[in-house]
Design a protein around this ligand. Structure first.
Ligand SMILES: [Fe+2]
Length: 263
């Protein structure tokens, strides 16, 4: 542990092989601690993914879709979309377990979901089948935040049977891919932690979903260009309620009074 309350581990295998480590991780995350698992994805693999998604993003139309059973994989532009519970600006690429994809993402990242489930007190493969469970489903969401405009309001996500934490994979390097902004978490004592100052490309970060967090605008001085794909990439290992599930509360935007940006 260090003064930032950040804990580092070398692999998910340590956790999957030792229930006591999972329970310690759960206790620490409940208390506001942050875990960084090092080198979960190889940097070359992340380059390949970004190239693939960039080609799709440049050459096909983005579309909005509700999260429902059998939903197609898709990509969409979220430009402060009022339909979202949390206001944000990013290009998102979404994958569901019932659709097979060229990278076999749910197999490649299975251990992340397994640890995520164990920390939440669930059976390790829950939500990963080809049908929803408890009206929820796993959803891999790559999010690209363009320079000059990309960001997400500070918000708090629901903690319920489906999650204590929603891990993210770092896919961009601060100081190289972008200079300013990025993902932040506010600790219980009100301290703001910029996660990209601590986690490297390929690392997976876990934090308490209820802690206020968001994405500060990426390089706000730059002119936005959605097609340049210059900015910040991340991967969110989500488990989402289906659109008609009213049992789990919605995320809360903590900046709702902020005027929407006009672009
Ligand atoms: Fe969130």
């Amino acid at each position: 542990m260090n003064q930032e309350n950040i804990y580092y581990l070398e692999s998910h295998d340590e956790l999957l092989n030792d229930p006591s480590l999972v329970s310690l991780m759960r206790t620490r995350i409940e208390a506001g601690g942050i875990y960084i698992i090092k080198n979960v994805a190889e940097k070359d693999f992340i380059v390949q993914i970004k190239l693939y998604l960039t080609n799709i993003g440049r050459n096909s139309l983005p579309n909005y879709k509700k999260i429902e059973e059998g939903c197609l994989n898709f990509h969409r532009i979220n430009l402060w979309d009022k339909r979202s519970y949390v206001q944000a600006c990013f290009h998102q690429f979404v994958f569901f377990p019932w659709n097979q994809d060229v990278f076999n993402f749910f197999e490649v990242f299975k251990k992340v979901y397994q640890v995520r489930n164990l920390i939440s007190g669930n059976q390790k493969n829950k939500f990963l089948g080809i049908e929803p469970e408890d009206n929820c489903i796993a959803r891999i969401a790559f999010q690209f935040y363009p320079k000059g405009i990309g960001g997400m309001h500070k918000h708090s996500d629901p903690i319920d049977h489906h999650q204590l934490t929603a891990p993210i994979l770092q896919m961009s390097k601060k100081g190289v891919d972008f200079k300013n902004g990025g993902v932040f978490v506010e600790t219980k004592d009100g301290k703001k932690i910029l996660l990209e100052d601590f986690a490297d490309v390929g690392d997976v970060v876990y934090f308490n979903a209820m802690l206020p967090h968001g994405v500060d605008t990426i390089d706000p001085e730059c002119k936005p260009n959605w097609l340049s794909f210059e900015g910040r990439w991340t991967l969110l290992f989500a488990i989402n309620k289906l659109f008609d599930n009213a049992q789990i509360r919605d995320a809360v935007d903590l900046e709702m009074d902020t005027l929407y940006k006009v672009v």
